[in-house]
Design a protein around this ligand. Sequence first.
Ligand code: SF4
Length: 477
Amino acid sequence: MSVDSPGIIVERAFPAAARDALRDSQLRRNIGKATNTIRAKRKAVVAEMPDWQDLRDAGYAIKRDTLRHLDRHLLALEASVTAAGGTVHWARDGEEANRMVGDILAGHQAKEVLKIKSLTTDEIGLNGALSARGIEPIETDLAEVIVQKGHDRSSHILVPAIHRNRAEIREIFKRELPDTEHLTDEPRDLADAARRYLRQKFLTVPYAISGANFAVAETGSVAIFESEGNGRMCLTLPRVLISIMGIEKVIPRWADMSAFLQLLPRSSTAERMNPYNSVWSGTRAGEGPEEFHLVLLDNGRSDVLADEPARDTLNCIRCSACLNICPVYERTGGRAYGSTYPGPIGAILTPQMNAPPSPADSLPFASSLCGACYEVCPVKIDIPRILVHLRGKVVAARGAKTALDGEALVMAAMARVFENPRLYALAHKAAAIGQVPFIRDGAIKSLPGPLAGWTAMRDLTPIAKQSFREWWKARDR
Ligand code: SF4
């Protein structure tokens, strides 16, 4: 996938991409170290909260109720933003959103635009679309600077450059940033180099694009929570501010923010509170941007909303706790998921935004269903249940298309055997005899033909000579 293409379109199936990622031992070390650290910190700050489970319930309830009446809340948001002096744009898909943003900037003859970290703009490939119109997007979040200057793709929702170590970052900065000939790989030096570059941009570029963590329908306020303060520079200094958000980011009331202000920082950066909490409502003379645009993006979200068993996917507040706990993510890293949204949330969100058949169909299978993601999710998304639901859809679609598919035939035969006790007893006897040539040292270490996959990574325990029913009968005698 090209760096600037829409980050929701998956071009390679997960197994192939994961195999490549697993060969990169440096990547595994970087990700393992980072996720272990964040996991331990998160655990400690969550343990400080005796009412954590109640907060999770509250977060879930707010999201669930909001989604039930999403249309109403979005119209209320539009009215509030307009009353506060902003302009609301409705975008059906990424192409439409990119065109709207490009038109606004072109109307100002903009040549450069600042950006505060926004997954949604990655999702729609906004950077590539703006570059094609001669407008250079300038990422300002430190990790995003590393990704952009490395001509790379993000691999974590919150720490996009998690796959890079200090030495790699120094090389990127030396190649791409001014005045870096004597740069060391000390974190302070690296941060200083980025700061010098960004300060100059903050002071000279009068246009900015942001994402949004939440938007409050009753007040028209948009909120971003971040750790570096670069976002605040983007939100306050430019003359024109364009914020892009998925339609699921709306919350009805200001009071609803209280639950998320506690859930989000602890689950994401393992902080009690984000250092910078910026909230803006429309425009005000002499303060902040003179022109404010809010782009409300659908891009497949209405379809997710319509699929009731998968609807909770839209609860996600992009904290990344599920990534940091996931044993699959820890080994493969984010890029193997092939989209802006890696890890367990990507495994359920991305396939719903890619019409089947697509390489994204492999993502619901990129999980051992261990359930750790559900345990840590601050808004109680039952990711394993949604994974199973999506697997069912993939299998049903495949079954309908390939009636003679080998795996489908084997599964159909197995179903017949398992539902018939006589057939099951016969199959058991046949398998107990048939396995004999393959048993070595009490285990089946390799099977032939299409069954070889089962033993490629593991030994199988041989089938017992006597079935449970036979043993039970013999015991009664
Ligand atoms: S699914 Fe839950 S844990 Fe994962 S990023 Fe979203 S809110 Fe966080």
